[in-house]
Design a protein around this ligand. Structure first.
Ligand code: NAD
Length: 353
């Protein structure tokens, strides 16, 4: 199992270090990982002038999976667009054809007070949002800003082929199958033809998954329902733009950005696994960042790329145990809990593992 490890910038190296300790502990159970470090983002710009250097491209292409910390920082904000760390992220997604983004929004009962919503609305929340990542209005052509009739006009193209819709729908149905068997497809078919096709193709695909209960929701209603009664959802599937917005909304239901992992997969379940948060330059180098989102990203890697469900569950259960022992990094701290640092959180997960 060959894993490319891209620690990135800011808190990236600190949180990745803790995830690697977990991987190392799993090695003692006979799981064999070959780790290959590489550069992505600001650190890659510093070393090579490019956010996604050719050497990293080769590394991630040869690997079975990629574990990423986070990229970016104020130092790079003034660079030309092509050199910005975020370009490195887009580059890697494109190079690996990572079309399926899986983002769980889980609120462990112990952290119910971290949400701005009432605990009874969100405690025990466990949603998986499946977002299409390589198509839609973000990539559609034509696009641009141009002069028309004496004024500037901006335009983009929302476009999906049925093959693109079918493959993301299949990922979503398969994901629902592994969970509670409920899938809600989100579109805007009352206004947008592109998403009428989305709904038609999702319904066609459903014929191959009679064990999954499919429902549909318009995106404006979905945004409301996520706040009103989020526990009604199991798996949600949607396009790139709606998914961008809804997955951020869902993650904020949990109120703890340092807890949420993500996976981006290709057709063969090769994937890039990373926490949803950024490089947090404000807390970098202080041993206070929460490494749990990165450790949970590792669990997703074990489950989705390597089919090691038992190992994935062990890691997730170790994280749950740490929370039940009232150990907290500063981002999820509440009075009465014991506040610990990044490395101590890694220690605690290892002990429970
Ligand atoms: P951020 O997620 O880095 O930080 C937002 C807030 O959450 C900060 O107060 C930070 O201290 C806190 N936070 C984030 N992760 C945490 C953790 N693990 N433990 C404790 N606290 C944590 O978002 P931002 O500040 O908007 O962006 C900072 C940089 O990260 C920018 O350069 C941005 O472009 C980049 N970024 C990268 C990614 C990525 O690599 N995928 C994603 C988002 C933002």
């Amino acid at each position: 199992m060959k894993i490319a490890v891209l620690a990135g910038d800011g808190i990236g190296p600190e949180i990745i270090a803790q995830a690697l300790r977990v991987l190392d502990a799993l090695k003692h159970d006979g799981l064999n990982f070959e780790l290959e470090p590489g550069l992505l983002g600001g650190c890659a710009v510093d070393a090579t002038g490019e956010p996604f250097p050719e050497e990293t491209n080769k590394l991630v292409t040869d690997a079975d999976a990629v574990l990423l910390g986070a990229v970016g920082g104020p130092k790079y904000d003034a660079l030309p667009r092509a050199q910005r760390p975020e370009r490195g992220l887009l580059g890697i997604r494109k190079a690996l054809n990572l079309f399926a983004n899986l983002r769980p929004a889980i609120l462990y009962p112990e952290l119910a007070n971290a949400s701005t919503l009432k605990p009874e609305v969100v405690a025990g929340l466990d949603i998986m949002i499946v977002r299409e990542l390589t198509g839609d209005i973000y990539f559609g052509e034509p696009r641009g800003i141009e002069q028309r009739d004496g004024q500037r006009v901006g335009f983009n193209t929302m476009i999906y082929s049925e093959a693109e819709i079918r493959r993301i729908a299949q990922v979503a149905f398969n994901t629902a199958r592994k969970r509670n068997g409920k899938l809600c497809s989100v579109d805007k078919m009352n206004v947008l033809e592109c998403t009428q096709l989305w709904r038609d193709v999702v319904i066609e695909t459903a014929k191959d998954y009679p064990d999954v209960t499919l429902s549909h929701m318009l995106v404006d209603n979905a945004a409301m329902q996520l706040i009103r009664d989020p526990k009604q959802f199991d798996v949600m599937v949607t396009g790139n733009m709606f998914g961008d917005i809804l997955s951020d909304e869902a993650s904020m239901l949990t109120g703890s950005i340092g807890m949420l992992p993500s996976a981006s997969l290709d057709e063969n379940n090769k994937g890039l696994f990373e926490p949803i948060h950024g490089s947090a330059p404000d807390i970098a180098g202080k041993n206070i960042a929460n490494p749990l989102a990165t450790i949970l990203s590792l669990a997703m890697m074990l489950r989705y790329t390597f089919n090691q469900e038992d190992a994935a569950l062990r890691v997730e259960n170790a994280v749950k145990k740490v929370l039940s022992q009232n150990l907290r990094t500063s981002d999820i701290f509440e009075p009465g809990m014991q506040q610990i640092g990044t490395i101590e959180m890694g220690d605690a997960v290892l002990k429970n593992l």
